[in-house]
Design a protein around this ligand. Structure first.
Ligand code: PLP
Length: 421
């Protein structure tokens, strides 16, 4: 069983003593991130891919994975830009001082206001997801840098709920609608066509779906109509992250080979939009054991974190590895379900896992690999607070988000007439 003390010393760069102090000074549940892990992931990705492919590579971190201001600043300081999917994320990026020429804006439902905002800011790229959106963008009569996000009709061989590139999914422009898109582009010279973007899903382990997508892009490049030049290809994100020891890391070499073999002749720049890969393994969710409830059938470890704090298990049925914060002196284990306090049966983090027998009320557990789609997916369901976030940087813990209480949120619930009759 992995021990968090090992994780802490080798990975979090902080000793158990200081972690204990973090836990004492900030109430659990709390997310704790390691700045070095984020930087290492980013540097590894940049170095590995740049050494294997021919094109200039631009990394645009997918903000939705973890949108904390400090995380955005961290990735920006280390050379990445960002990919946003709403006006709110765009504002976050600007607040984190990310230069507008390093911001990509995707999303199927951008409003007129969001498109106006993005064009006023002259951001690097709007990834346009439908002919209807393109027509609206054109009607603004403003200069806009854009890619056409394609729906390549590729099955990404991942969880159904995070598959985004099939023709039955809502994302991107169908290939047979591209002639219509080209017509709008030609009729509107203020629209600066950069190229194509794709994003076929998340947590994709096999590189084959990526390769199939690159083949489609390569064919499009060969068939481009006169007057439209492809200067960039945005290949999206979706790179697999192992959540358990037995899972193999993403094969970056095979991914780069697919780029070389299918898109090797492309002379423009390449963009990728990693989210999970940069932050997932850089975070843990620390939670306290409230009760150990034994029934004739099960032992439930009831913790103070709930599905509202970390939705991934309830949403996708995936389990994260859970480790005790203090290493056990006892080698014996017990089979348990680790569950939250929320009034839903889907409120669990793990079922039938083995944890030390000597765990007791008041001990702490760490739900590992929760840096991505953890805090950013959380809610206040059951009138629970949005929990605090801590970043460990250079062995020092910083509070990077205060908990936001349900009491505070309820102050935004006045009763007043929306308009005078
Ligand atoms: C357009 C786009 N790019 C990038 C990502 C990041 O995906 P991942 O976190 O799997 O790398 C997403 C996630 O949904 C996305 O929708």
């Amino acid at each position: 069983m992995p021990r968090l003390s090992v994780v802490l010393e080798d990975f979090f760069n902080i000793d158990s003593f200081r972690l204990a102090k973090v836990i004492q000074s900030i109430e659990t549940p709390v997310y704790v991130y390691n700045a070095h892990a984020v930087i290492n992931n980013l540097n590894f990705l940049t170095a590995t891919l740049s050494s294997l492919i021919k094109q200039k590579l631009l990394i645009r971190y997918a903000v939705k994975a973890n949108s904390n201001n400090s995380i955005l600043k961290l990735v920006a300081q280390h050379g990445a830009g960002v990919e946003v999917v709403s006006g709110g994320e765009l504002r976050r990026a600007l607040r984190a001082s990310i230069p507008t020429n390093r911001i990509v804006f995707s999303g199927v439902g951008k409003t007129r206001e969001e498109l106006e905002f993005a064009t006023n800011e002259q951001i690097e790229q709007i990834s346009v997801e439908s002919i209807e959106e393109l027509t609206l963008l054109a009607s603004l009569s403003k200069k806009a840098n854009l890619c056409l996000r394609l729906c390549p009709n590729i099955t990404a061989l991942t969880h159904d709920k995070i598959t985004t590139g099939r023709s039955c999914d809502k994302f991107g422009i169908a290939l047979d609608q591209l002639p219509d898109a080209y017509s709008v582009l030609k009729a509107n010279p203020q629209l600066n066509f950069l190229g194509f973007s794709v994003h076929i899903g998340s947590q994709i382990q096999s590189t084959e779906p990526f390769r199939e997508t690159f083949k489609i892009l390569a064919k499009l490049l060969r068939d481009m109509p006169g007057g439209l030049e492809v200067k960039r290809l945005d290949l999206g994100g979706g790179f697999f992250v192992p959540y358990h020891d037995h899972e193999k890391p993403f094969d970056w070499k095979a991914y780069a080979e697919a780029i070389l073999e299918e898109l090797g002749d492309f002379q423009g720049e390449l963009v990728i939009e990693p989210g999970r890969f940069l932050v997932a393994n850089a975070g843990v969710l620390l939670t306290k054991i409230l009760y150990i409830k034994k029934t004739s059938e099960k032992t439930f470890i009831i913790v103070d974190a709930g599905m509202n704090d970390m939705m991934r298990t309830a949403l996708y049925g995936v389990q994260h590895a859970i480790v005790p914060v203090n290493p056990s002196q006892d080698s014996q284990t017990q089979r348990v379900d680790v569950v939250g306090p929320v009034c839903e049966s889907s409120d669990y983090f793990a079922k039938d896992i083995d944890l030390p027998l000597d765990l007791k009320q008041g001990d702490y557990l760490a739900v590992t690999c929760t840096g991505a789609y953890g805090a950013s997916l959380s809610s206040t369901y059951n009138s629970r607070p949005l929990i605090a976030e801590v970043l460990i940087d250079n062995k020092r813990p910083y509070l990077i988000r205060e908990a936001i209480s349900a009491d505070y949120l309820s102050t935004f619930e006045p009763i007043r007439l929306c308009h005078e009759t």
